[in-house]
Design a protein around this ligand. Sequence first.
Ligand code: ZN
Length: 197
Amino acid sequence: MRDFAQGIARFQQDVFPAKEELFTRLAVRHAPHTLFIGCSDARVVPELITGAEPGELFVIRTAGNLVPAYTPGADGVTASIEYAVAALGVRDIVVCGHSACGAMTALAHGHDLSGAPAVADWLRLADASVARTATPGDVPALVRHNVLAQLANLATHPSVARALAERTVTLRGWVFDIATGRVEDLTPDGREAVPAA
Ligand SMILES: [Zn+2]
């Protein structure tokens, strides 16, 4: 395993002291303003991209930044969404896709996922986005369709549906480009209504 001792020591010596006041406040208060749903991809780092400080983003990361539509029953993604929206009262929800996404590339190019059956099952959640992508193999188009589809899925979660009806939350869809650092906003005005599926 990679030795993280140096990194932790550097955090404690250099980073933490500069933010000690912030961490003192955060020790007794958890009030993020945004639920950030991104891909698990190691190159997509929510706080780095947005310049957010600790305490600002409630983060869910899944393969392909997929959000299953609501179904009753225990599910970590649903529980985290509900907690962020209903308990913490986030005001914005961002779904962030990204360039060169392994999940979207596998789907767009029909990669053989028989060696990773759980991944294959999970990615079936993006079947509709694949169907909506006019040119097979067009990864950037699939990434965009997929982000918008997740906004629609989010709206099926009762906590989100309630917050949308009360206009206390806004849904946003972004695409992060790894090579240039650009963030494309697919919903420049925010989405207060249920997005078109
Ligand atoms: Zn990805």
